[in-house]
Design a protein around this ligand. Structure first.
Ligand SMILES: [Zn+2]
Length: 155
C-alpha cells in the first residue's frame, strides 16, 4: 500500500491537533488571580482552576498554611491589602433581588482601603511584567468582603 505512509502521517497530524486542543481547553479551565500572602508579605499570581470553587484563604507558596487572599491595592496611598472573600455560593433568592427593601440599600458596597479609607481608587494590583511575585510592604491588612445589608424586617 502506497498510501500507508500518508495515512500514518495524517493520523499523527490529527493526534497532534487533538493534543493541542486538549491543552488549550485545559488552559481555559483555569484563570489567574493576584493574591497576597499576609504572612510572607508577597504579592503573587496564582493560577486557579475554574472547575473547583476557589476558597480563601488558600495555600501560598511563600509560607506555611493558608495565608493567601485576593489582593487589592489602594491607588491613593499605595497600600496593598487582602479581601476575606466569601465563597461564591448564592441562593437564587440572593441572585434576583426583588424585594422593595433593595431601594434602601444604596449603591453596591465597594471595598474601602483599610489604611486611608478611600473607596474610589481601589484596584487589583498588577505585577511587573515577567514577574510572578513581588514583595509588598507589610503588615498586610485584611478587609471583610461586605455583604449586602440585610434589613431586619420590622414587624
Ligand atoms: Zn489607601
Amino acid at each position: 500500500m502506497k498510501n500507508t505512509g500518508k495515512q500514518i502521517a495524517l493520523i499523527v497530524v490529527i493526534l497532534l491537533a487533538l493534543g493541542y486542543i486538549v491543552k488549550t481547553l485545559g488552559k481555559q479551565a483555569s484563570y489567574e488571580r493576584i493574591l497576597v500572602d499576609t504572612q510572607a508579605n508577597k504579592l503573587f499570581v496564582k493560577s486557579i482552576s475554574s472547575k473547583i470553587p476557589a476558597e480563601y484563604p488558600m495555600k501560598s507558596p511563600f509560607s506555611e498554611g493558608n495565608n493567601a487572599y485576593p489582593a487589592l491595592k489602594c491607588m491613593k496611598c499605595g497600600a496593598v491589602f487582602g479581601v476575606k472573600e466569601k465563597p461564591a455560593v448564592k441562593t437564587a433568592a440572593e441572585e434576583t433581588p426583588s424585594s422593595p427593601q433593595m431601594r434602601d440599600m444604596g449603591p453596591p458596597t465597594w471595598p474601602r482601603c483599610p489604611v486611608c479609607g478611600s473607596t474610589v481608587d481601589i484596584t487589583v494590583p498588577t505585577l511587573p511584567e515577567g514577574q510572578k511575585s513581588m514583595d509588598v510592604a507589610g503588615p498586610i491588612q485584611l478587609i471583610e468582603e461586605e455583604e449586602p445589608k440585610e434589613q431586619a424586617g420590622k414587624s
